[in-house]
Ligand binder design. Structure first.
Ligand SMILES: Cc1ncc(C[n+]2csc(CCOP(=O)(O)OP(=O)(O)O)c2C)c(N)n1
Ligand code: SF4
Length: 283
């Protein structure tokens, strides 16, 4: 049986004390244990950002890539070896700014992987510029007179572009978030999980108290197959923000369209090459 300690490395996270990224990391590990997914079966693809500095803290197959680009890397990993559980991680800046195009097209393709967006309403690693999620009028380091643009509603975009599992959780609600992780990992298709994450150092508006006061849990009888209702819920922000599984549907995944994906994973069909000499050139 997989245990939490299986995912431990010798590194300590570099996050500020109280950062919401800690809760996301713990909830993820709990879900992996509960689903008995061991480190060697997990492919974790990280963006660039505070969120993705968690790469050093997770023992698994880990790729720490370019800003905004974890999705195409994750799709490639899944196509090469569908036996891996692929999870990609971004901040809201990486997901909707630098990686916005990849987000749209991964939704369309319904690639069979999970996307976790650490949503703190800012570009945090670069010390607090406005992100595509920042509310209009918010004063930030890059918008001292107030953000001029409208925020993007990530989950509405996800539903309209074709994602087949769309949910939102709170970084501070570890038991609830862990259950959402489990549901997302069990889903066959592109699962988008928006996690509201306090950035205690830079975001003094969307604090953990603010998130608690401005969110509500969807009712147990919420019909997540009702697309029109889901679109309306995914657009709620300026009153109360819904948490839970907002939308879910089943449709063929990207891999289902490729006949060459049938049978053994590609990684087991190609001759294993020793890449040590190649890697040596980049040292
Ligand atoms: C293509 C590219 N653009 C910009 C940067 C600079 N950059 C690095 S991290 C970062 C902010 C990341 O913010 P977000 O994705 O929201 O993650 P957070 O730090 O908030 O977790 C930026 C703009 C970069 N590394 N690469
Ligand atoms: S700056 Fe914000 S997001 Fe980054 S580690 Fe600190 S609290 Fe977390």
């Amino acid at each position: 049986m997989t245990q939490i300690s299986d995912f431990s490395t010798t590194y300590k996270p570099t996050w500020c004390p109280g950062c919401g990224n800690f809760g996301i990391g713990v909830a993820l590990r709990q879900a992996l244990v509960s689903l008995d997914i061991p480190p060697h079966k997990l492919m974790a693809v990280f963006d660039i950002g505070c969120n993705s500095n968690g790469a050093n803290w997770l023992r698994a197959n880990v790729f720490h890539g370019l800003h905004g680009r974890p999705l195409p890397i994750g799709v490639g990993c899944k196509l090469a070896n569908p036996e891996l559980e692929v999870i990609c991680f971004s901040g809201d800046g990486g997901a909707l700014g630098e990686g916005g195009n990849h987000f749209l097209h991964t939704c369309r393709s319904n690639a069979n992987l999970t996307y976790v967006v650490h949503d703190n309403q800012l570009y945090s690693l670069t010390t607090g510029q406005a992100a595509p999620t920042t509310d209009e009028g918010t004063e930030t380091k890059s918008t001292p007179k107030g953000a001029p643009d409208r925020p993007l509603r990530m989950l509405q975009i996800a539903i309209s572009a074709g994602a087949t599992f769309v949910a939102r959780g709170l970084a501070d609600d570890i038991p609830g978030l862990s259950k959402l992780f489990e549901a997302a990992l069990k889903h066959r298709g592109f699962a988008v999980l928006d996690v509201l994450q306090p950035c205690v150092t830079l975001n003094h508006i969307n604090t953990r108290e603010w998130y608690r006061a401005h969110t509500y849990q969807l009712a147990a009888d919420h019909d997540s197959t009702d697309k029109a209702k889901a679109m309306a819920l995914a657009g709620e922000w300026n009153g109360k923000i819904p948490l839970g599984i907002i939308f879910r549907e089943e449709r063929p995944t990207l891999e289902d369209h490729f006949s060459q994906m049938k049978g053994k994973p590609l990684t087991q069909r190609v001759a294993v090459r020793d890449v040590a000499a190649l890697l040596e050139q980049f040292r």
